[in-house]
Design a protein around this ligand. Structure first.
Ligand code: NDP
Length: 326
């Protein structure tokens, strides 16, 4: 028996609880891991609170991220004692996830823990930081370079946003951060933002075509915010879009695309092939340092997961949450 968060949905309603689970109930998979740590991402918070229909099979152990130590493996690529990393692939949505002391997983979802990162550091980064890295790589692939001008990061105090600010700044970009939490300005400046703009400047309906400002942008917010970012992106610029914290809608005109050649680069982390995952994680290991990680992330225990999930959706969590498990 081992401890884990379990989400149930039945006649009594939708609920999540910290409970005892049995290895026999773990889903099928060729690798059994002892989970060392996990995280709480936006998607985990939606699953745990039931605020959005993220979980598609019940009962479910949430947790889209984990680092664990292999206990048993039917796959020659992984041996007992190896440390492995998992992000996404529907884990925590349709397959039991990382917010429990054990997980049984498919070996093709796992990558070895990247050299240069400890289990804790990898989970301080988690899916949010790995997605921020994918967004930065999308800007690079579309030719956005630091000499072209300011790059914008929306939702800057969130998990994706904090890492996008830190990574872009580390790579030499001039980063402008958008936030609804001006009281966190010092934090964003420490991460490398050179200017901080209020969320209200982007979150309301705006003109379809605005003055050119951004060489590139990372947006985890969607809706009017993304529309305003696109409308104010410079000729030939690229916006990497990965999230919907404000909304899933996109009330935009074609003007930025047809008159300025702006590119909207969609970024998904969940089904990303292993080659991209490994490339992104190796870049993270190169670019991040301890000081940055401990500034962005704080640590909680399994007992605090439910309250923290509420807090995250209520906009009270800054940066990232590491869940210490093993
Ligand atoms: P967080 O909750 O940590 O961050 C979201 C941030 O968005 C908040 O901190 C806040 O920043 C801002 N925000 C929240 N509500 C609003 C609002 N109504 N209007 C404008 N801004 C708002 O979440 P994550 O960083 O973990 O995830 C961010 C988004 O990215 C989510 O939608 C998530 O689902 C998505 N995502 C997508 C992935 C993919 O594979 N495509 C992977 C990972 C995440 P501030 O306080 O600074 O304003």
């Amino acid at each position: 028996m081992f401890r884990g968060i379990l989400i149930s949905k039945d006649e009594a309603g939708y609920r999540s609880e910290l409970t005892m689970l049995s290895e026999e109930n773990l889903p099928a998979g060729d690798v059994l891991v002892r989970v060392l740590c996990s995280t709480i991402n936006y998607k985990d918070a939606l699953a745990i609170t039931g605020r959005s229909p993220v979980v598609r099979r019940f009962p479910m152990v949430p947790g889209i991220d984990l680092v664990g130590e292999v206990e048993q493996s039917d796959c020659p690529a992984f041996q007992p004692g190896d440390q492995v990393l998992l992000n996404g692939f529907g884990v925590g949505e349709v397959h039991w996830g990382g917010l429990a002391e054990k997980a049984r997983l498919r070996s093709d979802w796992l990558i070895p823990l990247p050299a240069g990162l400890t289990a804790r550091e990898a989970m301080m980064v988690g899916t949010a930081g790995y997605t921020a890295m994918l967004c930065v790589m999308a800007l690079e692939q579309h030719g956005v370079t630091p000499d072209q001008g300011d790059v914008l990061v929306t939702g800057a105090n969130g998990g994706v946003g904090s890492f996008a600010v830190a990574l872009l700044s580390r790579l030499g970009y001039r980063v402008v951060a958008v936030t609804g939490r001006p009281q966190e300005a010092d934090y964003l400046t420490r991460l490398g933002a050179i200017e901080i703009l209020p969320r209200s400047q982007f979150s309301e309906p705006g003109k379809p075509f605005q003055a050119e400002r951004w060489a590139g942008a990372v947006d985890s917010v969607g809706s009017h915010t993304l529309a305003n970012v696109l409308a104010s992106t410079r000729y030939g610029g690229t916006v990497a879009a990965c999230g919907l914290a404000q909304g899933a809608d996109l009330p935009v005109s074609v003007m930025p695309f047809i008159l300025r050649g702006v590119t909207l680069a969609g970024v998904d982390s969940v089904m990303r092939p292993a080659v991209d995952r490994i490339r992104a994680w190796n870049r993270l290991a190169e670019l991040l340092d301890d000081r940055m990680l401990t500034d962005i992330a704080h640590e909680i225990e399994l007992e605090q997961v439910q309250q923290t999930a509420q807090d995250l959706l209520d906009g009270k969590v800054r940066g990232r949450v590491l869940v210490n498990i093993g």
